[in-house]
Each structure stands twice: as C-alpha cells, then as structure tokens.
Design a protein around this ligand. Structure first.
Ligand code: M6R
Length: 369
C-alpha cells in the first residue's frame, strides 16, 4: 500500500509530479485556453466579482497565500487571505461581489466549513478548492474546483499542497482569461509553463540525497528558521510548519524583509536558517535583496541553507549549503522550492525515530472547532 516506500509521506512526496499533472489535466484546450465547465458558476457571475477572500487553515492557508500573490498579479483583483477560524469570528467585508475561495484537502475541516457558511450568510459567492469528492465543504459551496492529488494519508500535507497551489493558479488564470486582452495572453503563456512543472518536480526529486544527509546530521537541532519573500514567504512558513509537525522542533518562518525589524536578534553562531531565494529575474530586485539578507545573517554566524535556482551563483559565497531547484518563472517557483523542505522535515523526523505519518497530537482532518 506504501508502494515500496517506508512511509505514506515519502510516497506522497514522490506522487507530487502526478498531483500537479492530474490537477492540470483536461482543463485546457490545445491552444492553452482554459475551460472550466465543471465550476457550476457562470462566467457572468465571475466577471462581476471585485474582490476575493481566501479562507483556509494550516498548509492550505499557505497555498492560499501563494495564490494571493499570483492572482493579484494576473488579474489585478484584490485578494485577501484569512485563516478560516479568524474569518468566522470577525466582521469581514464581504458582499455579493466577493468570491470567497475555501481551500481544503479533506473538505471536512470544521473551521473552514464554518467560514464558508458564514460567507454564504453574508451573500458572497463561494468556491471550494478541494481534494475530496463528495465532502462537505464543496457541497456547501456554490462552485468547486477539485484538486486531483489522490488520497492523502499522511497527516502532514504534501501532494495536496502542490495540487492546491496548482488549482489556485488555474483559477487565477481563468479569471485573467475572462478579463480578456493582455491578461488572457499572459494566462496562456503561464499555462504552457505550468505543464512543464511535473517534469521539473520529478527531476528535483531525483536530487535530494544531500538534503537527506543534512537532515540526518541535524537530528539534535533545537530550532530552525526559514526565510522567504513574496511567494517564497508562505513557502518559508510551510517549511517551518512541516518541521514542527514532523520533528517537534521549534521552527519559525519569516518574510525575509522582516529580519531587521526583530527576528535578526535570534541569529547566533550555528543557528540553522533556510532561505528560499527568488530567481534572478524576479521583479523589484528581490533576488538581490534576499542575497543581502543571507550575507547579513551569515556575518552573524548563522548556518545558511540556501534554496536557489540552478545557475544562481550569487548565493554561493554566503551559503553553507546550496540546494538547487530547476529554473522557473517567479510565481511558479513554490511548486519547486517547497519540495526540499518537505524532504528535510521527513528525514529529520525519521532520524529522530519519530512516527512520520502519525505525528503526536494531530489528526488528518480536524472536524471540531
Ligand atoms: O483538510 P484541510 O486541507 O482543510 O486541512 C487543513 C489543515 O488542517 C492541514 O493543512 C494541516 O495544517 C496539515 N496537517 C499540514 O501538514
């Protein structure tokens, strides 16, 4: 049942190229135009929306944060991400022109379900990105866009996360297509690149030996920090969450730009820090800025574990370890950069002799508030 792997999580990490590929499948015409007949929501309704609120918890909320950067860039529609339990008990600005997008692997997370019901009461249009057919959240929503990751057994979410990001890209690009003009042209180009991602993830999975080794050497580590910017920020958060869940190690993710506003005080000699580096072509010189963050923390003795694109030589002088990912356009990079962080958490957990698939105190689907 584990397909030759020791744990479900390891199996599911290796199923990620399929999770992405299958989520893309059947959603485009030959020329790259998206067709989402399955949505149960009319083009007119979607064209009318003027804001999007994403509600989700845990890993799904990090997928939502990646989605925010991408959808805003592609459509210019304002997107907000709200933890479902916070959304539910606040006074959100939501009306009939708001699309409330819930993201959930199980479709049964009580916090997310309550947020969707709350949004419906407020008159919003609700769309569920979900991995489980026939589950409660899609049934309670106006529209559904299924992810096709297949059943996810391990408590820690991996392939569902990649599928959620993929589905939210599809949604963003579809909205861009509905807007027409240059938005639609851009959408086609991104869709073409998305179709190349499964092969890149596969290639990346074949290069994880050093990451596994680093994890094994770090079994006694007590704290790990993760930094990223833009779409790399939720990936840093996700890397930290994986490590907490699986290895019971104190871990924190930060937006790299926050460093000097406080967290840099945590840096002391030997402190391991993962840094997700945006590709050199990322707008706003973000690449250069992150490289200088690495330089700053290295100067204070941090052990820098750098995730950077192939060919990015700028990071080399300041990196204790460079973990390479294939090149991609900036907004699609999360589908790659999260992979070494998943592999790292899995192997650190194994090195500590812990139960990878069933971490303590956690349930696969949280059906209570
Ligand atoms: O089933 P859902 O996607 O709604 O679950 C949401 C979170 O509970 C879930 O992602 C959780 O954070 C995972 N254990 C993360 O690995």
């Amino acid at each position: 049942e584990k397909g030759g792997y020791d744990t479900f999580m390891e199996k599911e990490i290796h199923e990620q190229p399929h999770a992405v590929g299958d989520t893309l499948l059947g959603r485009t015409k030959e020329d790259g135009e998206l067709v989402l007949d399955e949505l149960r929501i009319s083009e007119e309704q979607l064209t009318n929306i003027d804001r999007i609120t994403i509600v989700a918890c845990g890993t799904a909320a990090y997928a939502g944060t990646v989605a925010k950067y991408a959808i805003e860039h592609w459509t210019r529609i304002p997107v907000e991400v709200s933890l479902a339990h916070e959304f539910r008990y606040s006074d959100p600005i939501v009306n009939e022109r708001t699309l409330v997008v819930s993201i959930s692997q199980s479709g049964e997370t009580m916090d997310t379900l309550m947020a969707v019901k709350h949004a419906t009461e407020l008159g919003a249009l609700t769309l569920s990105i979900c991995n489980t057919h026939g589950s409660t959240i899609p049934r309670e929503s106006d529209a559904v866009l299924y992810t096709h990751a297949g059943p996810e057994i391990a408590v820690a979410s991996t392939k569902a996360f990649l599928a959620q990001i993929t589905a939210s890209y599809i949604l963003g690009l579809y909205l861009a297509q509905l807007r027409g003009g240059t938005y639609a042209d851009d959408a086609k180009a991104v869709m073409r690149e998305l179709h190349e991602m499964p092969a890149k993830i596969e290639e990346l999975l074949g290069t994880m030996d050093r990451v596994k080794e680093i994890a094994r050497f770090m079994a006694d580590t007590r704290s790990v920090l993760f930094l990223g910017r833009n779409v790399g920020f939720p990936i840093a958060m996700e890397g930290a969450l994986k490590l907490k869940e699986l290895a019971y190690i104190h871990a924190e993710g930060f937006a790299a730009g926050e460093l000097k506003h406080g967290p840099i005080a945590l840096i002391e000699p030997g402190q391991p820090v993962f840094i997700v580096v945006p590709g050199p072509d990322t707008p706003h010189e973000l690449h250069k800025k992150v490289v200088s963050n690495i330089q700053e923390i290295r100067a204070r003795g941090a052990r820098t574990l750098v995730i950077a694109e192939e060919g990015d030589e700028d990071v080399v002088p300041f990196a204790d370890e460079v973990i390479r990912v294939p090149k991609s356009s900036p907004l699609l990079q999360p589908l790659l950069t999260v992979v070494p962080l998943q592999v790292f958490a899995l192997h650190l957990s194994t090195a500590k002799g812990l139960d990878v698939d069933q971490p303590r105190n956690l349930a696969k689907s949280v059906t209570v508030e």
